[in-house]
Design a protein around this ligand. Structure first.
Ligand code: F6P
Length: 572
């Protein structure tokens, strides 16, 4: 049996502020004073009731500023704004990316081989296409990992440089960093994204051209940064191979070098060919995969090379487990649904402008950067998908750093500042490096690390009263500065360890949280028109920087004066 989902049944958004649930939430907010200590004292089951599991993730929502009444009203809001219907439309391949008239099917990228019924969208057997492309990526990954794929002089590849930006960079680099313990010995990936020439220069400066492979990753294959960096990398390759006496001075030799040292990932395979990369060395994906949702497509080729097909399959299985949870679990136990609704509660009812994500794992040091694109490019919108203005605040700022570094930098503001900052704390029970501090009686360093994780959410939730501060003998005039109000909301997410599957689960969790928020607000979380104007203006401004006086004179006074400063002060 197959499901032909080529049927655009997307209906218009519901204005959330007109729903009964919205009014109920407003009244509830007015009537409720957050009191986490009191709520825990009154309900010994609170932690147990509000702790849920999704895949390998244990998610404790109990330190959020909600009562059962809040959760019930938020679930009503989801129902009254059609969140679940929109979820089902997404999984079914309806064109819920309205402004680009596209299906949104990143969930199809991680359906297991042989999934039944087959998913057919717009007449395309999506499952077959996904598995075929994955097979190509894996074959390539195996060839590089085994040494079958060599550079033009026959040497084994030791360094893979992914050239991409946005979704064609942030996912691969974040996942590569997160899964370092799984990377094959003797292989290293690097990532070039910025058009600041420093990036390409620093990344290539100590590389051996004979053992370096570039992956040019660009959904559109039209992104200025990526194409510029790809040309710089190609020039570097030719120059360095020549300098090593490993390249003849002929077009054919240069072509051969590109064939062995460049592959591409894109939905625009003709443009890949135009760049000079053999289409046989190009891996495709589809316009129904948004850039920021693409790490599990061929965009993850660098990761597949680094960790190998088996680990990559586990990564995909992790995503799929959370997809299935989101698709099938009843609302009251549906973790991405609840987390997305909590975010709506904080943004629209409690005035939160930002959301911190604080992984207690050094391996997740790029996770917040990755989430920034996922969440903010998705939900940074002020019109709904029917073109009408939104009726309420949308898209909070996501930010974060790994603990414990953040504790010594910005946690002060989370603990004692004037703003509500919901924070997600993420940690793993088993360390990748179980080190002990011999000089401190053999202290288990991971346990110390975890003690900080537990301490922070406890301090944020329960604070420290003036009485407690006084009881420590604190001078009266310093007491106010040392009081912690508590009632600062956190979600704790734990897993046994940071495996490829768990990483996939975490990413899928946040993808769906982002989806839920966007669905309540009635926005298209899958377009990104807001990045276009700056790109266009950069192309218009560029001539003004290279002597086109008419282009310079056409600028507004501020921009013109900044360009003149640049022209006067550049050293060469
Ligand atoms: O400019 C924003 C954006 O379009 C992102 O959405 C995307 O991930 C990034 O640029 C890179 O695009 P591409 O993969 O097409 O090079």
């Amino acid at each position: 049996m197959s499901e032909d989902m080529n049927d655009d049944r997307v209906s218009g958004p519901v204005d959330p502020t007109t729903t009964a649930a919205w009014s109920a939430l407003e009244a509830h907010r007015e009537a409720t004073t957050p009191d986490l200590a009191g709520w825990f004292a009154a309900d010994p089951q609170r932690a147990r009731r509000l702790s849920l599991e999704v895949g390998d993730l244990f998610v404790d929502l109990s330190k959020n500023l909600v009562t059962d009444e809040t959760v019930e009203a938020l679930l009503q809001l989801a129902e009254q704004t059609g969140v679940l219907a929109r979820r089902d439309a997404m999984f079914a391949g309806e064109h819920i990316n309205v402004t680009e008239d596209r299906a949104v099917l990143h969930t199809a990228l991680r359906r297991p081989p042989g999934a039944s019924p087959a998913l057919v969208v717009d007449g395309q057997d999506v499952d077959a296409d996904v598995q075929a492309e994955l097979g190509k990526v894996f074959e390539f990954a195996d060839a590089v990992r085994s040494g079958r794929w060599t550079g033009v002089t026959g040497k084994r590849i030791t360094h893979v440089v992914n050239i991409g930006i946005g979704g064609s960079d942030l996912g691969p680099v974040m996942a590569y960093e997160a899964l370092k313990p799984y990377v094959q010995a003797g292989l290293e990936c690097r990532f070039v994204s910025n058009i600041d020439p420093t990036d390409v220069a620093e990344t290539t400066k100590d590389l051996d051209p004979e053992t370096t492979l570039f992956i040019v990753a660009s959904k559109t294959f039209g992104t200025l940064e990526t194409l510029t960096n790809a040309r710089l990398a190609r020039a570097w390759l030719w120059r360095e191979l020549s300098a090593a006496g490993a390249l003849q001075d002929s077009d054919e030799a240069r072509r051969d070098a590109v064939a062995q040292h460049f592959v591409a990932v894109s939905t625009a395979l003709q443009k890949v060919a135009d760049f000079g990369i053999d289409p046989a060395n190009a891996f495709g994906f589809w316009d129904w995969v948004g850039g920021r949702y693409s790490v599990d497509s061929a965009i993850g080729t660098s990761l597949a090379v680094a960790v190998g097909p088996e680990a990559f399959r586990e990564f995909l299985a992790g995503f799929h487990a959370v997809d299935e949870h989101f698709r099938t679990t009843e609302p009251a136990r549906n973790v991405p649904l609840l987390m997305g609704l909590l975010n709506v509660w904080y943004v629209n009812f409690l005035g939160a402008h930002t959301h911190a994500v604080l992984p207690y794992s050094q391996y997740l040091h790029r996770f917040a950067a990755y989430l920034q694109q996922l969440t903010m490019e998705s939900n940074g919108k002020s019109v709904r998908y029917d073109g009408e203005p939104v009726t309420t605040d949308t898209g909070e700022v996501f930010w974060g750093e790994p603990g414990t570094n953040g504790q010594h930098a910005f946690y002060q503001l989370i603990h004692q500042g004037t703003r509500v900052i919901p924070a997600d704390f993420i940690a793993f029970a088993t360390p990748a490096h179980p080190l002990v501090d011999e000089a401190a009686d053999g202290a288990d360093v991971h346990a110390l690390f975890m003690a900080n994780f537990f301490a922070q959410t406890k301090a944020l939730a329960f604070g420290k009263s003036a009485e407690e501060v006084r009881a420590e003998g604190t001078a009266e005039d310093v007491v106010p500065a040392r009081v912690f109000s508590g009632n600062r909301p956190t979600t704790s997410i734990m897993a046994p360890s940071l495996t490829p599957s768990v990483l996939g689960q975490l990413i899928a969790l946040y993808e769906h949280v982002t989806f839920v928020e966007g669905a309540v607000w009635g926005i298209d979380s899958f377009d990104q028109w807001g990045v276009e104007l700056g790109k266009k203006l950069a192309l218009e401004i560029a001539p003004a920087l290279t002597g086109d006086t008419a282009a310079l004179d056409a600028q507004d006074p501020s921009t013109g004066s900044l360009i003149r400063y640049y022209l006067e002060h550049r050293a060469n």
